[in-house]
Design a binder for this molecule. Structure first.
Ligand SMILES: Cc1ncc(COP(=O)(O)O)c(C=O)c1O
Length: 409
């Protein structure tokens, strides 16, 4: 294409990123707005987190300097993150050499991969994967290997149910090789709601040790747990892993402030140096007043999470029952705020054949927005029969969503 003067126009998106297009969250949220749909697509609450955290941000704006924070993060927030990490893993953590405050977990993922990977390195991803992973691997100049989390559908109490999403151990073992630099694990897992078991994480850990690979672990849903028999296990706490794990999390999901984009990374000093090497040139430092507020949030975490989890559990149960009654094969999640379900028995009622056409029809015919999970796969066909609903919404939003879904009967 040429400009009006005849000069050629510069090329747009690089070849590195062109394959990834626009994120599905932007697309579905826009469509939901256009069609006045109940938005059960993107994973953000339709309510805000606790007032005391907002007040801490206001106080910081009014009474603290509003200038750049130190590159690795405010000392008070790094101390709070280190204390929390030690509480959860029983591992020592030096806030000066082991913590980086990032612009949400999304930046943590990119900074870890960019800081750690050389061209030609391989990174193992479990599919379905959170959608930034594959693009971040590409930005890091590495290449991705994929291991599928496969749903098992069984008849339980007369209903078809997804009883698990599991990987094949041999497939995982085969994915590791001499070029493996890292494996990226997300537990609790978006979009399936799976909480990786200790046994699964132990196998991943053993393979990391055997192949001298790093585990990059995205734990943003670590506190959103519903089943005491499936507790969250931090891979960093497993034998041999403290020195080879980058643990990532953020404020957004636990405290219902997804718009603040405050995240963090905890790792050994050597791995932290890699994350910082990238972070210093990506964002350098993140919003200072919000870091003060994040420190206040972590100091009173139980108070914040204590009310959220029971509400989410009630939403989960209500939505799972409604979907199951409508004929979906539901995976009842042990963590996160997503329900992943198989729509095979329901899709024909909307004239849909795969997850994309199903979600389009659901918005247009039912007024409910959901996410087509095939975008979270390297092999999209693996996700064609699935649909993901977010239940991090006010109970009345879930009720309205269910009322509209009932038109599927
Ligand atoms: C698995 C996972 N990781 C990371 C993120 C993004 O976290 P943040 O908003 O802190 O960047 C999300 C958001 O949906 C997520 O689901």
């Amino acid at each position: 294409m040429n400009a009006p003067g005849g000069h050629p126009l510069p090329r747009g998106v690089s070849g590195k990123l062109a394959p990834f297009g626009t994120t599905i969250f932007t697309t579905m949220t826009k469509l939901a707005q256009e069609h006045g749909a109940v938005n059960l697509s993107q994973g953000f609450p339709d309510f805000d987190g606790p007032e005391f955290i907002k007040q801490a941000a206001r106080d910081a704006i009014d009474h603290q300097p509003n200038q750049y924070a130190p590159m690795p993060g405010l000392p008070s927030l790094r101390q709070a993150i280190a204390k929390r990490f030690t509480r959860d893993t029983a591992l020592p953590c030096d806030p000066d050499t082991q913590v980086v405050v990032t612009a949400g977990c999304t930046e943590g993922i990119a900074a870890a991969l960019i800081g750690l990977c050389n061209r030609g390195d391989e990174v193992i991803l479990f599919e379905p994967f959170y959608d930034s992973y594959r693009a971040a691997v590409a930005m890091a100049g590495a290449s991705a290997r994929f291991v599928a989390l496969t749903p098992t559908i069984e008849e339980v109490g007369g209903k078809r149910v997804v009883t698990s999403f599991a990987f094949n151990a041999a497939q995982l073992r085969a994915a590791f090789g001499p070029r493996t630099r890292a494996v990226l694990v997300n537990t609790p897992h978006n979009p399936t709601g799976k909480v990786f078991s200790r046994e699964e994480l132990t196998l991943i850990a053993e393979l990391c040790v055997e192949h001298n690979a790093v585990a990059i672990v995205d734990e943003v849903y670590e506190r959103l747990l519903f089943d005491p028999s499936q507790p969250h296990v931090s891979i960093a706490s497993l034998p041999g892993m403290a020195e080879r794990t980058v643990t990532l999390s953020s404020l957004g999901k636990t405290f219902s402030f997804t718009g603040w984009k405050i995240g963090w990374s905890v790792a050994s000093p050597a791995l932290t140096a890699a994350v910082r090497a990238a972070h210093q040139f990506i964002t350098f430092a993140v919003a200072t007043p919000l870091q003060h507020a994040a420190a206040a949030a972590l100091a009173r975490e139980e108070e914040a999470v204590g009310g959220l989890v029971p509400m989410l559990r009630a939403n989960r149960d209500k939505l799972a029952t409604a979907l199951s009654d409508l004929g979906f094969a539901v995976h009842v999640p042990a963590g996160t705020y997503f329900i992943c379900a198989d729509h095979t028995a329901v899709a024909p009622r909307l004239g849909a054949s795969d997850d994309q056409s199903f979600c389009m029809a659901l918005i247009k015919q039912c007024g409910v927005a959901a996410i087509p999970p095939s975008v979270f796969y390297n092999t999209p066909a693996l996700g064609h029969s699935l649909v993901r609903f977010a239940f991090c919404k006010k109970p009345e939003t879930i009720d309205e969503g269910i009322a509209r879904l009932r038109s599927l009967r």
